[in-house]
Design a protein around this ligand. Structure first.
Ligand SMILES: *Cc1c(COP(=O)(O)O)cnc(C)c1O
Length: 390
């Protein structure tokens, strides 16, 4: 049987009785969200201050084990602030996987930086520390001002790994590499709330980590994001910079630096508080779904299921099938067959160096990212699909 037909048969079996179309990842709310949002509206504190902002930040810190969490307007904003806090200034290069969502590159550009794309690993689907090391040996030059790209003359200030579809990257190797080369580590943990690396939640390995609560993420606040950090000074700076840098005072408006209005409104935070109560259940259901996909794909020739890397626990944000032979035509045939049958599925993002605004950015050889681009298929991954299997 052709691969698209065997995948379709597997999905039809797994999701028998589920009304179609089956969404890629849909949010889920019940009376909890309705009650807290109603309470927020009744209180009139729908905007930039209110108890749910503080409570949501406490929930996030507790869940991730980070000392501090600062809620902001979205994940892209969180990343932009994180890069500024990590010392990225005008003209600095920031190392990013070419295989990522465009937010990583946009946040870099908005922070004044220049994306510098590096390759990924097939095992983790995330940034490959060994390939990065080999690349730095070719282009990196240590100077008194820090690491310099000898091809472009610019400083290489930071690296932003991303935990693709919830699977943690090889953080031990990256932390080690960053220490030896003197590069700031910022984790884009937008997709990995509920993912742990060797027992420590993602987002805790660098200076600062960032989260997203967009509508398709594991928990959602409509739109939203957060910075997590174990550095109290950085947390204070993050809060100050994202709330117009206003000095606290009963009536005076005095702002002491150029800042942003990136606050997460109390209304959205109320949604977040209710969602965080459901997160453990969502994670169990998504894990059950991933187990069922893994079993269904186990004996199928030409494809593998992307399982969590050894030593990690993934949230399985988006369950992923990977073609054994990268092939755009086969990939697109599978996507057409599944979507036509009402199983919403999609390819990975177009690699960043193919987008017009980032086409001239510096980059390492990207053989694995290019192969993954022609082999990744994201499958329907909503928690409720795993409920019957959990
Ligand atoms: C979702 C996401 C973000 C943040 O997106 P927002 O929509 O701005 O919250 C950042 N990076 C990655 C990899 C993401 O998947």
């Amino acid at each position: 049987m052709a691969l698209d037909q065997s995948l379709l048969a597997a999905l039809e079996r797994l999701h028998a009785g589920v009304p179609r179309p089956v969404a890629l990842h849909e949010p889920e709310f019940d009376e909890d969200e309705q009650a807290l949002v109603r309470e927020t509206i009744a209180s009139t504190f729908v905007s930039s201050v209110g108890k749910f902002v503080d409570e949501f930040e406490r929930n996030l810190a507790e869940f991730t084990g980070a000392r501090h969490a600062v809620a902001v307007a979205n994940g892209t904003a969180a990343l932009q602030v994180a890069l500024q806090l990590a010392g990225v200034t005008q003209g600095d290069e920031v190392l990013l996987p070419a295989l990522t969502f465009v937010a990583s590159a946009n946040a870099t550009a908005h922070a004044g930086g220049v994306p510098h794309f590096v390759d990924s690993e097939a095992r983790t689907l995330g940034l490959d520390p060994a390939a990065l090391e080999a690349h730095l040996r070719r282009v990196g030059e240590r100077t008194a001002q820090g690491l310099r790209n000898r091809d472009t003359g610019r400083r290489i200030a930071a690296v932003v790994p991303m935990h693709t579809y919830g699977h943690p990257v090889d953080l031990a190797a990256l932390v080690d590499l960053c220490g030896r080369w003197g590069i700031a580590l910022v984790e884009d943990a937008a997709e990995s709330l509920g993912s742990w690396y060797q027992g420590v939640h993602t987002g805790n390995f660098g200076l600062v980590g960032t989260l997203s609560f967009n509508g398709n993420k594991t928990v959602t606040t409509g739109g939203g994001g957060a910075l997590v950090t174990n550095d109290s000074d950085l947390a204070r700076r993050a809060k100050h910079l994202t709330t117009t840098a206003k000095r606290p005072h009963r009536w005076e408006f005095f702002h002491d630096e150029v800042a942003w209005n990136f606050r997460l409104p109390n209304l959205n935070s109320a949604l977040g508080v209710a969602q965080m109560r459901k997160l453990p259940r969502f994670l169990a259901e998504k894990r059950a779904l991933a187990g069922a996909y893994a079993a269904a794909l186990a004996g199928m020739p030409g494809v593998r299921f992307a399982s969590e890397p050894d030593g990690t626990r993934s949230n399985y944000w988006l369950c992923t099938a990977v073609l054994a032979q990268p092939d755009m035509a086969v990939r697109d045939q599978v996507l057409a067959t599944l979507n036509d049958a009402g199983f919403q599925s999609r390819p990975t993002w177009t690699l960043m160096h193919r987008l017009p605004m980032y086409a001239s950015c510096p980059r390492a050889p990207l053989p694995v990212a290019e192969a993954l681009e022609a082999s990744i298929i994201n499958l329907p991954s909503s928690p409720k699909l795993g409920r019957r299997l959990a």
